[in-house]
Ligand binder design. Structure first.
Ligand code: ZN
Length: 249
């Protein structure tokens, strides 16, 4: 089992292209072009290239699930739970999204189980996935470990990469950041793949995850942030969304 896992692209084509190139080049020890890609939701929202991102994800991702921004643009989730800037970006995205992109987003399920590999995919949390809960704390992880059967649950949503490990006795530990985590045969995991198109952990580089039977490893890829920001300005997207890309917050 060997996957490249991408999440929260948010219409940022420069970041997505850089990540796809890194994956296919076998960057950071990957297996390159042959590696299957898993997508954890939020193809659109915030960024200036929703259609191109949906199209690239549709072509490259082996399996994927929908995110809350994808659902918001499709009118499937309540927009009032988004902050004003996110809402403005969602309504801008709604205005430019093609019927083809809409259909591709509609085809994404809320959860996906890869039974053979022991992997569960969801954007927010295995518990009530349609409520888009954030899963950040041990208390939340404890509840959520009961809501999937597989060894590994892959999530996105918070844009914060981490690995939570649950040992057979029930104790949970977490590791964040850049380095890889060795996966133990007897443990179960909730892993956040971080964000390709809008990292929020203070590192503005695009983030993705390499996952094998032995290891989960985060990869950071620099991309042309300036170009994305210029496109966002030209599209009239909110300034705070433009500025945050350079700071990775
Ligand atoms: Zn997101």
């Amino acid at each position: 089992m060997e996957y490249a896992v991408i999440s929260d692209v948010h219409g940022n084509l420069e970041a997505l292209d850089a990540v796809l190139e890194d994956i296919s080049a076998g960057g950071a020890g990957g297996r390159g072009a042959k590696m299957k890609i898993l997508f954890l939701g939020d193809a659109v929202g915030y960024g200036p290239d929703p259609n191109a991102c949906v199209d690239a994800i549709r072509r490259h991702a082996f399996q994927g699930v929908a995110g809350n921004h994808d659902w918001a643009v499709l009118g499937l989730t309540d927009e009032t739970c988004f902050n004003p800037n996110a809402r403005a970006a969602i309504s801008w995205t709604d205005g430019v999204l093609t019927p083809g992109s809409r259909a591709a987003l509609e085809a994404l399920p809320l959860v996906k189980q890869l039974t053979e590999d022991g992997i569960f995919l969801v954007h927010g949390s295995p518990y009530e996935p349609e409520q888009w809960h954030y899963l950040l704390y041990f208390s939340e992880a404890q509840v959520n470990f009961e809501h999937f059967k597989q060894k590994i649950c892959l999530i996105g949503h918070s844009h914060l990469p981490f690995v939570m490990e649950r040992v057979p006795t029930g104790e949970i530990t977490a590791s964040k950041g850049q380095k890889g985590v060795k996966l133990d045969e007897s443990c179960r995991y909730i892993i956040n793949a971080g964000s390709v198109g809008q990292p929020r952990d203070g590192d503005p580089r695009a983030c993705y995850l390499l996952l094998s039977d032995e290891e989960a490893r985060f990869v950071r890829v620099p991309y042309d942030i300036r170009t994305t920001q210029e496109k966002m300005s030209a599209a009239g997207l909110p300034l705070p969304l433009i500025e945050r890309l350079a700071r990775g917050i």
